[in-house]
Design a protein around this ligand. Structure first.
Ligand code: ZN
Length: 140
């Protein structure tokens, strides 16, 4: 196989490991967050489902939201739910999650979500599996 064929093969394999929602349609529609205020806490009920569809570590997204929303958090043991220890307007949570997706998932060059985060020395880079672009991103 030529180098290019090897590269394409690698891309194909990487794509196969992505959740179906990402590969199938042209439009990327991750599940909308289901948010419930429980007493003094804010629960993102379908957090794991969202993380899976974004192909990102739930802990990374949780850390980002916690920083952005200024609230301590914890994940349930199965990482299914994110619990923020403050009451937060659900629209704020949705808004920050959108921002996460735009910065840490969607490739700014081709608009596809088939990306991975790679850490090169101290820098974080969003690497696109579709077009090959590499974009520096802020650390979380
Ligand atoms: Zn791209």
């Amino acid at each position: 196989m030529s180098t290019r064929e090897e590269y394409l093969e690698m891309l194909r394999e990487a794509r196969e490991q992505l959740p179906m929602t990402i590969v199938s349609g042209e439009r990327f529609t991750p599940p909308k967050p289901i948010i419930a205020i429980e007493g003094r806490q804010t629960h993102v009920v379908n957090f794991k489902e969202i993380a899976n569809s974004l192909n990102r570590d739930p802990k990374l997204i949780a850390r980002y939201l916690s920083k952005e929303l200024g609230s301590p958090y914890f994940l349930t043991e199965d990482e299914r739910k994110l619990i923020l220890s403050r009451r937060i307007d659900p629209r704020q949570v949705e808004n920050r999650l959108d921002r996460f997706i735009r910065t840490y998932v969607i490739c700014p060059h081709c608009g596809r979500p088939d990306t991975v985060i790679v850490k090169v020395r101290r820098a974080w880079i969003l690497r696109c599996m579709a077009c090959g672009a590499e974009t520096p991103i802020p650390k979380i």
